[in-house]
Design a protein around this ligand. Structure first.
Ligand SMILES: Nc1ncnc2c1ncn2[C@@H]1O[C@H](COP(=O)(O)OP(=O)(O)OP(=O)(O)O)[C@@H](O)[C@H]1O
Length: 295
């Protein structure tokens, strides 16, 4: 883990999760040879799916817990069931439960932030953000996509949700705003191929059919022997992980118990408490706050 992260305010604050940065590789488990598997989430979206109880929440929790402990990282959480990402509710910039209208409003805001960031990049003659920019990473995590695309709200709201999500997944990753999404219904009506292909990482936990495995990984992988329908029912947390330009890799996701998750979330909330490590007489410059609001 890096120890170079500095707080954007340039003060001697103790950074959140001392030294942890979203720009470092994010550990999520091991592969079949026992080697560590890490993701580069800042610049990649992650889509995960599998039948109920296959272990998706374990992966989402690895991402959420790491992000919660990282310096200069903000969480935007969507969880129609409330309890999967609920432990992080106190440290999330926004938490959307089963209110789709709130979800739409937050996705619109995220797209505005992404647009502002691109204008900033353009003004600085750049195409993507870097660690040194000290721009916060905004990680959007959606547990159970199907809730927002098929269950909650009207057909119009669901269609708008999909279109805004598609926008964020398309443009977020180069400006430090990755999306991590999960569903237990890997079918074409939930994840169209054109949406799936915008996710650089795809992780298929056990699926009931070869077809649903291909919905996540991409057509043709099952024929080549990479099918999540072959994963043993009892082997929870096992999955096929596909990264850009690679073949799927068999992994076992690191497991966090409920007690672990709440302990990490509580620790992250403690680290992120207002004025943590800030001298009593220090005030945040107003201009800096305005800038952070927009970016
Ligand atoms: N990596 C893992 N190692 C060991 N056991 C695991 C792992 N992941 C999950 N499990 C076991 O499987 C159970 C279900 O896992 P989890 O809640 O992550 O599944 P899920 O796919 O998210 O289910 P749902 O779609 O219903 O939310 C866990 O309570 C745990 O007992």
């Amino acid at each position: 883990m890096s120890t170079t992260a500095r707080h954007p305010l340039g003060t001697d604050r103790v950074p959140v999760g001392p030294g942890m940065s979203m720009f470092d590789p994010m550990f999520i488990g091991i592969d079949e040879f026992g080697q560590h598997v890490s993701l580069d989430i800042v610049f990649h979206n992650l889509l995960t799916a599998g039948e109920p109880g296959a272990g998706k929440s374990g992966l989402l929790n690895n991402v959420a817990a790491t992000a919660a402990l990282c310096d200069n990282t903000r969480l935007v959480l969507f969880d129609g069931k409330w309890v999967e990402l609920g432990p992080y509710i106190d440290i999330a910039d926004e938490f959307v439960g089963d209110d789709i209208e709130k979800g739409l409003s937050i996705l619109r805001r995220l797209l505005t932030v992404a647009r502002n960031r691109y204008l900033w990049l353009l003004a600085n003659r750049r195409r993507k953000i870097a660690r040194e920019d000290n721009l916060s990473t905004i990680v959007t995590i959606i547990d159970e996509l199907a809730m927002y695309l098929k269950v909650l709200g009207t057909k119009e709201q669901q269609a708008e949700f999909e279109s805004l999500l598609r926008g964020l997944v398309s443009i977020g990753r180069a400006c430090g705003m990755p999306v991590v999404a999960a569903t237990q219904r890997p079918s074409w009506d939930i994840i169209a191929a054109s949406l799936r292909d915008l996710f650089g990482y795809r992780c298929a936990f056990r699926c009931t059919t070869v077809g649903s495995s291909d919905v996540i990984l991409g057509s043709g992988w099952a024929d080549l022997g990479y099918s999540a329908s072959d994963i043993d029912m009892e082997n929870r947390g096992a999955a096929w992980l596909l990264g850009e330009g690679t073949v799927p890799k068999r992994i076992k996701v690191a497991y966090l118990t409920d007690a672990d998750i709440y302990a990490i979330a509580d620790y992250a909330a403690w680290l992120r408490r207002p004025n943590h490590g800030t001298p009593a007489n220090f005030t945040v410059p107003a201009a800096r706050l305005d800038w952070e609001m927009a970016a």
